[in-house]
Design a protein. Structure first.
Length: 318
């Protein structure tokens, strides 16, 4: 039997299983040393997990998802929510392209649903049109998605990517430099204002370019950056609705895509409020309220047993 017949059969079986698991996945998820080279774009691979004991329900999910070196041999699907889920059939963003370089390669976080990799390549291709040589791409997700050992609560279902607030340099960075070159803050040293030397008009246009893409659900930026974008926008302001103020996000902007049509078990985040987001909801971020200590104690650890059923099956949970 040819490989394409095998993949077709797998796709049929996977579709049936996904239909049964979609409801369970939604019910289970409340809305609210060197790594091996990943497979090239578009290539599906088996998941040769390290020889460890089968995951147990009370294990930290990040330990097992973080150990997976390659994507699954299943059709591309985003499963669960952005902060509790996984991705099947992920593909890898190439480390280098005509107008991009991927950063921090040792993290092994260049994977996503194919729609995410397509988006990143499209945004990079548009960079010269906004005045940049190219872009520097931070984290996407892990080969199977899932929770990461450090750095992000989301980036789990192959639909999130961080884009650095920096232009791709000339000459290009070598692999060693990509591990060590520091982030550049777009804020003044005291954090009270935008540093116009680093948050350039070209970077502002890059955020706008991303926000105008219909695949995008929202983009997270620092409140001061959101305010600067509001002040600099013209009459056509609809794209600003997708740009949301959030903690941090002054060294990169975080793009989150909508659930793809091929992923019925993907839980869409509620749409941003109507309007450009430049009024009261932005003003809130310049009050003490967002920075007041939170009540309720630390967040509950994300264990294997709290993951959607299909995600548990990807790592062989028992």
């Amino acid at each position: 039997m040819g490989l394409h017949h095998v993949r077709r059969a797998i796709g049929v079986l996977f579709g049936a299983a996904l239909a049964l698991l979609a409801v369970a996945a939604v019910q289970a998820e409340p809305i609210a040393p060197a790594s091996p080279e990943p497979p090239p774009y578009g290539e599906l691979a088996l998941v040769p997990l390290p020889p460890t004991a089968p995951p147990r329900a009370d294990d930290l999910a990040s330990v097992h998802f973080g150990a997976a070196p390659a994507p699954s041999l299943l059709p591309p699907r985003s499963v669960g929510s952005y902060s509790r889920g996984c991705v099947t059939g992920a593909v890898a963003l190439p480390a280098d392209g005509p107008t991009w370089q991927a950063m921090r390669l040792s993290r092994h976080r260049r994977f996503g649903h194919p729609v995410l990799v397509d988006f990143v390549e499209d945004l990079a291709a548009a960079a010269p049109g906004v005045g940049l040589r190219g872009i520097l791409v931070g984290d996407l997700g892990q080969p199977l998605g899932g929770p990461l050992p450090f750095g992000h609560a989301s980036h789990q279902i192959g639909l999130d990517v961080d884009i650095w607030f920096a232009e791709m340099p000339e000459p290009r960075l070598d692999e060693a430099a990509r591990e060590t070159v520091p982030f550049v803050s777009t804020l003044t040293p005291d954090g009270s204002a935008i540093d116009r030397e680093h948050f350039t008009p070209a970077l502002a246009r890059l955020v706008e370019q991303a926000a105008r893409d219909e695949r995008v659900a929202r983009i997270f930026v620092h409140p001061l950056i959101k305010r600067a974008l509001c002040e600099g926008a013209g009459a056509d302001r609809g794209w600003l609705r997708r740009v949301r103020p959030w903690y941090g996000h002054y060294e990169h902007f975080h793009v989150r895509l909508r659930c793809p049509a091929d992923s019925p078990a993907c839980i869409e985040q509620a749409a941003p409020p109507a309007g450009d987001g430049c009024g009261d909801d932005l003003a809130y971020w310049f009050t003490p309220a967002p920075y007041a200590p939170k009540s309720g104690g630390p967040a509950k650890p994300l264990t294997v047993g709290r993951m959607p059923p299909l995600c548990q099956s990807l790592i062989g949970a028992r």
